[in-house]
Write a protein that binds this ligand. Structure first.
Ligand SMILES: [Zn+2]
Ligand SMILES: [Zn+2]
Length: 255
């Protein structure tokens, strides 16, 4: 199995307003590590703007594009400017404007505990129950509907660590992911699908992506957790989009 690209990597730009050291590498270091491991493509996907501790600053996006162009030239690895945006409401809002989206090649959406809710109402309705990791029927229903709405509203390429602190009905999410060409992640740190979930997701033709979610350059391309999970639960190779070839990515114009 050849891993073609790692589509979920962080750098020092995931530092937030307090410049917390959340991830350690630079864009060039992530690309160099990718090259060493034989990857053809990576995405730099910092935490979205509303993440209080680790979010990337909007003003850094243009600077990141320049660094990416430079790192591409130096390493020959293709690098996408992405983001790991936050879902911030039960209505499926994420922390991206249409102007932001125009600047990006690749969009991940995930739920994160420290992302600011859209407003106070959504804090109590959406963020708080998920911070508490509640899995009542009504939480699953609300979260599933929210993520489906997000997939309809935004050109999302990938849902990161589905089910982590956001309980979901995977069967409903899987169908919607197939209909909207959205990948579901086999995350390098957190995988929440049960064996039964996987069986149904594979049957309906869900496309997965095995990514590292690297927070240091050395971990770029380390997708063993996802691959081992795929082997254990019989996910066929053809259902993993970043093996052997470039995946179809809706935001990447040249694809
Ligand atoms: Zn994440
Ligand atoms: Zn991440």
């Amino acid at each position: 199995m050849v891993i073609f690209g790692d589509y979920h990597t962080h750098t020092r730009y995931s530092g937030g307003r307090y410049n917390v050291k959340h991830a350690t590498g630079t864009i060039l270091e992530n690309a160099m590590s990718a090259k060493e491991k034989g990857l053809k493509q990576i995405a730099i996907t910092e935490h979205g703007f509303s993440h209080k501790l680790y979010g990337v600053k909007r003003k850094n996006i243009d600077r990141m594009r320049k660094e990416i162009d430079d790192a591409k030239q130096k390493t020959g690895v293709d690098i996408l400017l992405g983001i790991e945006a936050n879902i911030i409401s039960s209505e499926g809002d994420v922390d991206l404007t249409s102007e932001d989206i125009k600047k990006l090649d690749f969009i991940i959406v995930g739920f994160h505990n420290f992302a600011k809710a859209k407003n106070l109402k959504e804090f109590f309705k959406f963020r708080l129950p998920n911070m508490l990791n509640l899995k009542r029927e009504k939480d699953i229903k609300r979260n599933t509907l929210a993520l489906m709405k997000a997939m309809d509203k935004y050109p999302i390429d990938l849902i990161s660590h589905p089910g982590s602190h956001m309980s979901l009905d995977f069967e409903t999410i899987g169908k919607h992911a197939v209909n909207t060409n959205t990948h579901l992640e086999l995350n390098g740190k957190r995988i929440c699908y049960s064996k039964n979930d996987v069986k149904k997701l594979v049957q309906m033709g869900v496309m997965f992506m095995a990514n590292s979610d690297a927070h240091s350059a050395i971990r770029v391309g380390e997708v063993n957790k996802g691959i081992n999970f795929a082997i254990k639960y019989d996910i066929p190779q053809k259902n993993i989009a970043n093996l052997e070839k470039f995946p179809y990515l809706k935001n990447l114009k040249r694809n």
